[in-house]
Design a protein around this ligand. Structure first.
Ligand SMILES: [Zn+2]
Length: 469
């Protein structure tokens, strides 16, 4: 590889960017909601369309890979650089359900550019842009100078949005096929529009359903209220004990939290934070306070501190409600966990706190749900340095190492299957992209920058990971 071949690849990308954007729009138009059970013709069509794009880019052995009871994968590779490092590139082609249709300003599966420089549509940013950034970068090398500087294996999953339930089995079954020196997972966020970032930590999740019962059947609140306790209030008292007066997660749920070390703290403090912007992006109402550990930067509270949410609460709906004491109330509670918390310990602490705090002898039942582990990596070494150079070149400014407050189930199976291999988590989401919500959108400029970054990344990793050097 010479610097002139990298220039040729970049020139090819610029010349054909509009074609890649059209291809992205065509993928958005197909849809592919993985919440609908397999086999599903839309997911099959979506996987086939990704395969066709891989083929057009010049990748080889492009095919749909079927996994029993799962939505299909798309796969393509190019192994024409013997002795050079091999990258495993990951994205997903399935999408979230559209949510409330009447909230969409333009139809979800009709990709629509707007004057704000963004392309609106379900899947535009999550994760079809992530997939197409790699397809475009591969095309730029293979159709421009004629060869990639590295070997690549691109896998595009079909069930990420429903928890990647078959990914572990898929990776185990295709272990030989998928051997690589570095994995590039392209489904996370930038710090902001135009501000690139690599994600180096994810929170985990522990969740339970809690149900409180007081009476066998609903009672007239006038004839029985007073001596007979109210299950909904009892549940609220128990839930209230899960946080302190400052809104910080109760101490027993914080067991095991590892404070960021000096290097991690320095990375956190290096990230510019604009509270007004943060409040606006979150849609916080005037006067509403930020909660959590005030000694920790806000990004630290998002990425390195546990968080607790009541994600569902049910007693009696307004419609049809009368003056009754209801017989039961239930809630679903989730805790986002961080290094080095143990999921089983957090779950036990959550159950114990609820038990200790449910009043008046009310009957309590807690049902745990599946948990997922946190993940973190230390961004040291040649692969991370290469990624930093690629981001700076692709976006025209230095990137940041950030965390992600969410939980991404696909990272753990990769870590298990390829332990020790560096994992680079990249992507084109940003704080205004509304991934998973109505009016999802992609910054078209960042899509272009991400494709440029991928062109640079392949070249940078080719040198940085070359064992022959
Ligand atoms: Zn995604």
């Amino acid at each position: 590889m010479t610097s002139s071949s990298r220039d040729a690849a970049l020139a090819h990308l610029e010349r054909h960017f509009d074609d890649h954007l059209d291809a992205l729009r065509a993928l958005v138009r197909i849809g592919g909601v993985s919440a609908e059970p397999p086999p599903n013709p839309t997911l099959a069509k979506s996987a086939a369309a990704v395969v066709a794009q891989m083929q057009a880019a010049g990748l080889e052995r492009c095919r749909v890979i079927e996994v029993p009871d799962a939505h299909p994968y798309a796969y393509g590779e190019w192994l024409g650089a013997p002795g050079a490092p091999t990258l495993l590139l990951y994205g997903h082609h399935d999408v979230q359900p559209v949510g409330r249709l009447d909230r969409w300003e333009t139809p979800p599966f009709e990709p629509t550019p707007r004057a704000d420089g963004r392309l609106y549509g379900r899947g535009a940013v999550d994760d079809k842009a992530g997939v197409m950034a790699h397809v475009a970068a591969c095309a730029a090398w293979l159709r421009g100078p004629g060869a990639l500087p590295v070997n690549v294996k691109l896998i595009v999953e079909g069930e990420e949005e429903i928890g990647s339930g078959h990914l572990e089995a898929f990776l185990q079954a295709h272990r030989e096929l998928l051997q690589a020196d570095c994995i590039v997972l392209t489904d996370t966020a930038n710090l902001d529009e135009g501000v690139p970032a690599l994600t180096v930590s994810l929170r985990g999740i522990v969740a339970v359903t809690v149900e409180v019962r007081a009476i066998e059947r609903p009672l007239h609140s006038g004839m029985w209220g007073g001596p007979v306790p109210d299950a909904t209030l009892g549940l609220c008292r128990a839930l209230g004990a899960l946080v302190d007066a400052d809104g910080q997660v109760a101490a027993p749920l914080r067991a095991g939290v590892r404070p960021p070390d000096d290097a991690a703290r320095a990375r956190l403090e290096a990230i510019p934070f604009d509270e007004a912007r943060f409040r606006a992006d979150a849609g916080l109402l005037p006067g509403v306070e930020l909660v959590g550990d005030a000694s920790m930067p806000v990004y630290g509270r998002l990425w390195r501190e546990p968080a607790l949410s009541v994600v569902a609460l049910e007693a009696r709906p307004f419609k049809g409600s009368t003056n009754q004491i209801v017989e039961s109330a239930r809630a679903r509670v989730s805790v986002r966990t961080v290094p080095d918390q143990d999921a089983a310990e957090v779950e036990a602490a959550l159950v114990a706190l609820l038990r200790e705090n449910v009043p008046w002898g009310l009957e309590l039942r807690v049902t745990p749900e599946a948990s997922a582990r946190w993940w973190s990596t230390v961004p040291d070494g040649p692969a991370f340095d290469a990624a930093a150079r690629a981001m700076a070149a692709g976006y025209g400014r230095e990137g940041f190492y950030i965390g992600c407050g969410g939980t991404i189930p696909f990272v753990e199976p990769f870590a298990n299957a390829f332990g020790g291999v560096p994992a680079l988590l990249t992507g084109v989401e940003d704080p205004r992209c509304a991934a998973h919500a109505e009016n999802e959108s992609l910054s078209v400029q960042d899509f272009q920058s991400a494709a440029r970054t991928a062109v640079h990344l392949y070249a940078e990793l080719a040198t940085a990971l070359d064992h022959r050097a």
